[in-house]
Write a protein of this length. Structure first.
Length: 134
C-alpha cells in the first residue's frame, strides 16, 4: 500500500500537491463557530460553544497576565452558567491577594443583577490595578 502511494508521487507529484491543498482547504472550512472580534486578542471568548469559551478562560488564566482580565468581565453575564463561574474564578486567581476585596458575585443570579456585577467588577479592577498609588 505504501509502495503504491510512493509510485503515485513519483509519477505525478502535482497530484499530491493538489491533494494536500484540498485537505488543508477542507480542514480550514471546519470552523468552530467563533465570531472574531478585532478588539479582543481572544476571539474564542465569543465562540458559540460554551466549552470553547471555558477553554479560552482557562488559557487566559494559565498565562498569568492581568492585562487579559478585562476581556473576562463580559463573561460574568454570559448565558452559560459555567462560563460565568469559570470567568469569575479566573478573575479571582489573576487578582492574587486582592481577590479578598472583589465585589460579591452570584453566577446563578438574574441577568439584571449580573449586569450590575460586570460594572462593579470593572470598577473594582480599575481601582485596584489601573490607578497608580500616590
Amino acid at each position: 500500500m505504501i509502495s503504491s502511494g510512493i509510485a503515485i508521487v513519483q509519477r505525478n507529484p502535482f497530484e499530491l500537491t493538489i491533494l494536500l491543498a484540498l485537505v488543508l482547504l477542507c480542514s480550514s472550512c471546519q470552523g468552530s463557530g467563533i465570531r472574531s472580534s478585532e478588539a479582543s486578542p481572544w476571539p474564542s471568548l465569543s465562540a458559540e460553544d460554551p466549552v470553547v469559551r471555558i477553554q479560552t478562560i482557562h488559557t487566559i488564566q494559565s498565562r498569568l497576565d492581568r492585562r487579559n482580565v478585562p476581556f473576562l468581565f463580559p463573561l460574568l453575564n454570559d448565558p452559560d452558567r459555567w462560563v460565568r463561574f469559570n470567568a469569575r474564578s479566573a478573575i479571582l486567581v489573576l487578582a492574587g491577594d486582592h481577590r479578598q476585596t472583589a465585589p460579591p458575585y452570584d453566577y446563578l443570579a438574574a441577568p439584571q443583577i449580573r449586569r450590575k456585577s460586570v460594572q462593579a467588577y470593572r470598577q473594582w479592577w480599575n481601582q485596584t490595578f489601573l490607578i497608580p498609588a500616590s
